[in-house]
Design a binder for this molecule. Structure first.
Ligand SMILES: [Fe+2]
Ligand SMILES: [Fe+2]
Length: 144
């Protein structure tokens, strides 16, 4: 059964895939609209579920890393909201996408390295699997 770390890693791959596609896209709004809407939905659900189910289980031991991760989520929300209000065929939109890409790459690296290590240390395989179920539920419930 996949545990929460498997599910988070799978989400990360999906998000980076969409960002790569957008990075390669032409500066034509109608080509970017759909993948960007998909990206926003994916990252929003993912970050909300991490903050609800994953981070609280670790907060006591890794407080500084978790606080930093939450602030990175907040910056990600700000940049992606900002992209909604910027013409999609503009150079400024592309510049914001680059910032979002760098931010996301950095965040994923720290999450899968430092934070996953702590999770494996603090939590049993059973707990990680149970959290996986709750993580999926949190993503479903919030957007049903
Ligand atoms: Fe994540
Ligand atoms: Fe995260």
């Amino acid at each position: 059964m996949p545990d929460i770390l498997d599910i988070i890693r799978r989400d990360h791959e999906k998000v980076m895939g969409i960002i790569e596609d957008l990075d390669k896209s032409r500066a034509v709004a109608r080509e970017r609209e759909r993948p960007f809407a998909e990206l926003k939905k994916e990252i929003t659900q993912h970050m909300d579920a991490e903050e609800k189910v994953f981070y609280p289980a670790l907060e006591r031991n890794e407080r500084d890393d978790i606080l930093e991760a939450i602030e990175e989520h907040n910056v990600t929300r700000t940049v992606s909201d900002d992209m909604d209000n910027t013409p999609m065929d503009s150079d400024r939109w592309k510049a914001k996408l680059k910032v979002l890409k760098e931010l996301t790459e950095h965040h994923i690296e720290e999450e899968e390295d430092k934070i996953f290590k702590e999770a494996r240390k603090d939590l049993s395989k059973d707990q990680l699997e149970d959290m996986g179920k709750r993580f999926e539920e949190a993503k479903g419930i919030m957007y049903r």
